[in-house]
Design a protein around this ligand. Structure first.
Ligand code: PEP
Length: 245
């Protein structure tokens, strides 16, 4: 089934109020492709100003807490993200799984909170280089989905992003064959876990996507879009990826 593509940008801990001027060019590229969904996930402090600058562009968070409120210094709840104008949130990014030691169960709880609170949850999964070299890539990702995919997720509320850890920010990408194998395995797993809705959940590829490789990666079966880090910071880099979707 061909699903509507989603191209999402993850600004990580980059950007600034001044950098929000890039959003105008991103909106222009998005308007040229009304058949593609586009979202930008800036740092939390930039969400409200980003929404104010470009009310027509979907803006998302990069993480949320599983709880609605409470004594969680430095964390951001789904309610706060929504109030700022976010419509989606990335959870379980490999940088958070590594730096903040987030477990599959925590990622699942965050995704569940996001969906319950009305945000689309973008759940990230992906193997390390050592795991791929050991022939464990598919099993690792299947295990991450077992542990972190919210079973109430639907095609509307859940997105999965396959991001091989070794491809993030490195300029390296898996072969088209490896992407095809992994996305087929993720699709099968989502159908096993979510039933018919699993066929409607978009599966993004992420990891060193850029203008020169986007068309090839986005043409692989079951690649329903891209999660883009570095190349989402500038409209001149991100626009051609949207165009290639
Ligand atoms: C990411 O971190 O989500 C990502 C895909 O980064 P990059 O595109 O820079 O590899």
């Amino acid at each position: 089934m061909a699903l509507r593509k989603l191209v999402a940008g993850n600004w990580k801990m980059n950007g600034s109020l001044a950098a929000l001027s890039e959003l105008a060019g991103i909106v222009e590229a998005a308007q040229a492709r009304p058949d593609v969904d586009v979202a930008i996930c800036p740092p939390a402090t930039l969400i409200a100003p980003a929404v104010a600058a470009q009310p027509g562009l979907a803006i998302g968070g990069q993480d949320c807490h599983a709880n609605a409120s409470g004594a969680h210094t430095g964390c951001v709840s789904v309610t706060l993200l929504k109030e700022a104008g976010a419509s989606c949130v990335i959870v379980g990014h490999s940088e958070r799984r590594a730096d903040q030691h987030e477990t599959d169960a925590e990622v699942q709880a965050k995704a569940q909170a996001a969906i319950a609170g009305g945000l689309k949850a973008i759940v990230c999964v992906g193997e390390t280089e050592a795991q791929r070299d050991a022939g464990q890539a598919v099993a690792i990702v299947e295990g991450q989905l077992d542990g972190s995919a919210p079973r109430e997720g639907t095609g509307e509320t859940l997105v999965v992003a396959y991001e091989p850890v070794w491809a993030i920010g490195t300029g390296r990408t898996p072969t088209v064959g490896d992407v095809a194998e992994m996305h087929a395995a993720i699709r099968a797993k989502l159908v096993a876990l979510l039933g018919a809705e699993g066929a409607k959940v978009r599966i993004l590829y992420g990891g060193s996507v850029k203008a020169s490789n986007a068309a090839e990666l986005l043409s692989v079966p079951d690649v329903d879009g891209a999660l883009v880090g570095g190349a989402s910071l500038k409209a001149v880099d991100f626009g051609p990826i949207i165009a290639a979707a």
